[in-house]
Design a protein. Sequence first.
Length: 158
Amino acid sequence: MAGAATRKRAVASPVARLAAQEVLQASTPEPAERLYGVTELCREFGISARAIRFYEDKGLLRPQRVNGTRVYSPRDRVRLKLILRGKAIGSSLAEIKQYLDLYGDHGEGRVRQLQFTLERTDAAIAELEQKRAHIDATLAELRLINESVRRQLVARKG
């Protein structure tokens, strides 16, 4: 009887074999995570090693150490990309840190991060539109002054 049960297991259906393979693959550890050196990140983002270390000092990046050398995870790389993007749109390092910290260790704060981004971009858009309106008004005023001065010069020469 025990032999029959063994034979039945040995002749498992293709579907059962596929399911077993999927379970085995899921339990197999992933290959080592890709790591980046400071030189590689500097080259990729066009920044200096000093800038990267500055972001580390501010708590924005947390590299690992392998044999005393700083190595950066894909998460650090993405954080660096977000830091540079935030700086490009005028965010302070404090705002960038707040944004990055909202994410959490496993993305649990992604909704809060999106809400923060929405609030920040709404405010920036409103501020820039207000500045543009002020610039447009100033340009209109300067054009009126310019035209008036031109007319006065023509009248005095003529």
